[in-house]
Ligand binder design. Sequence first.
Ligand SMILES: *Cc1c(COP(=O)(O)O)cnc(C)c1O
Length: 337
Amino acid sequence: MIIDLRSDTLTKPTAGMRDAMFSAPVGDDVFGEDPMVNALEEKISKLFGMEAGLFCPSGTMTNQIAIRLHTRIQTEIICHKYSHIYLYEGGGIMANSLASVKLLEGDLGKLTAPQIAAAINPDDVHAPETTLVSLENTMNKGGGSIYRLYEIKPIHKLCKAKGLKLHLDGARLFNALIETGENPADWGAQFDTISICLSKGLGCPIGSVLLGSKADIKRARKVRKSFGGGMRQAGFLAAAGIYALDHQVDRLKEDHARARELGKMLLELSMVSEVLPVATNIVIGRLEGISPEDFMSKLAAKNIKSVKFGPDLVRFVTHHDFEDDQLEEFGKRVCDL
Ligand SMILES: *Cc1c(COP(=O)(O)O)cnc(C)c1O
């Protein structure tokens, strides 16, 4: 049995999800006529108390569309130096929006309002105009760390006062909300736009949704077209999203419980000096006396897959297709590494 913990994107659609996809009524979404896409966009925007939603092929696209909406040429985005929008989107900020970035440091990938306030550029001929703050929840490179609502509110207030837009890369926002019990609508109220992935822990094969005001989503639809992301009978995919929202949100808790156990197992190993606090479904271990490559090949020899996540870091992500029997098996295989 291969235990594949490289990512929560590896999950395959469940039988129930496949049935929902196969039987979906569909239409041409570029004409606005796909009933399942319309239903998904409405369902998720209502849940977050936001006016409208836009279904897209990927979270990279939803983030990049949001960046296009909230910046212009020669403006600047404030984000953490470990942000997905900066590290893992192919240089899209520059390529798609001709914008600059100001990268901040912060514990477990998180930023605070005073830090952001100090990073806003002055109205000065030398400096690009700051127009956007982008946060990530959960924070992938922070070990799946969670922002709490009380941490967001002062940032929201600051952005309002300074006339800045606030975007959330909420690829794994449901992981955060299921853990804290906070209300999605309270989150929707803090942001101009939110991007949510259906293809991570929620277990869909494809898809992300961008949430925002009616006016922003109308513009976003045109940006999506120009990015080549207008899809036709996309209802087959949207049906998977609706199914996931109805049936596969609560179970994220199980992924978190297994991640905590997995973190403890790793910490037992002499080659692992530290495990970042496990808040959700991501476990990042710091290695000592062995390179990530060598550690990963020891694991691979035991049919366990992980990814390198820095010069001395490895990442494991728990997901839908990683169950208790595999967790137990993981423990047995790593104890004599
Ligand atoms: C996965 C992910 C995205 C989007 O990735 P896609 O593969 O393009 O869907 C965005 N932000 C974070 C933090 C992610 O983990």
